[in-house]
Design a protein around this ligand. Sequence first.
Ligand code: SHN
Ligand code: NAI
Length: 221
Amino acid sequence: MAGYYPLMLDLRGKTCIVVGGGPVAERKIRSLLDADAEDVRVISPTVTKGIAELARSGSIQLRLGEYLEQDIDGARLVFAATGDPDLNRCVAAAAVVRGALTNVADDSAYGDFVTPSVIRRGDLVMAVTTGGASPALASGIGRDFMARYGPDYAGKVERLRELREHVRLRLADPDERRDLLRLAAEEALAGSLDELTGSSDADRMDEWIRRLRAAADRRQT
Ligand SMILES: C[C@@]1(CC(=O)O)c2cc3[nH]c(cc4nc(cc5[nH]c(cc(n2)[C@H]1CCC(=O)O)[C@@](C)(CC(=O)O)[C@@H]5CCC(=O)O)C(CC(=O)O)=C4CCC(=O)O)c(CCC(=O)O)c3CC(=O)O
Ligand SMILES: NC(=O)C1=CN([C@@H]2O[C@H](COP(=O)(O)OP(=O)(O)OC[C@H]3O[C@@H](n4cnc5c(N)ncnc54)[C@H](O)[C@@H]3O)[C@@H](O)[C@H]2O)C=CC1
């Protein structure tokens, strides 16, 4: 069993190809679109209603037909998600030759990566895998995360990003920057980010930094 190295890929501008058009392929396609993939191509003789709708709206390019090896030319990611195990292996082998990373839906041993359960809260992205041991458990833990980290985390992360940009411009001392940003993250986890007042964004940031500095000083004494 592979150890799996987790990473977060920027898929903008990269060609992603899904071979197959059933419910599993649809899930992979939706997860690509959720990740802002801009060039998603699907090859399958039959597709779900959902995939057909995504093609109609222009979110994906669909070729209705059986897979041909040249379909995956230029791909960076390839998903082999047909109901035919031999064909899925063929797709994976052709992808390897082309240097593309592959996912094989019915046998993870043949692919380069597995798809985790993904929870998104704006820029906060959580991914859970069991490496194929129990997709149902990965999904269940994903649901637990959803309950623990609610939709408010999208706003929290946005504010922490703003604060971080502000702090990097305003504070020269790297130790002080680190202490304040760690404290701000603790506030986000404790749910106390909403106490900010101030008339403009810059005022709010200055006030927040003042408060964090005071808290950091209190900690040191
Ligand atoms: C190895 C992997 C390869 C890959 O697809 O990358 C794979 C493989 C297989 N899945 C199977 C079954 C199920 N898959 C799900 C659900 C999900 N499967 C996903 C990923 C993965 N599935 C990769 C490993 C992930 C990991 O373990 O961490 C998720 C997380 C993400 C996604 O699909 O995008 C998504 C949840 C999304 C969410 O809810 O967040 C459910 C649950 C359900 O349907 O409710 C079931 C039934 C219950 C069960 O089996 O647990 C079968 C057997 C088919 C058969 O029996 O014929 C195989 C084939 C095999 O095991 O060889
Ligand atoms: N990774 C995962 O999360 C899961 C994986 N699976 C496995 O994934 C596979 C797909 O599952 P489903 O979507 O439910 O299957 P499905 O049978 O509903 O769909 C298979 C799709 O493959 C297409 N297809 C068949 N021959 C093709 C060809 N020559 N070229 C291109 N496309 C072709 C069909 O038109 C159809 O759209 C199955 O092997 C299943 O065992 C099943 C459940 C979960």
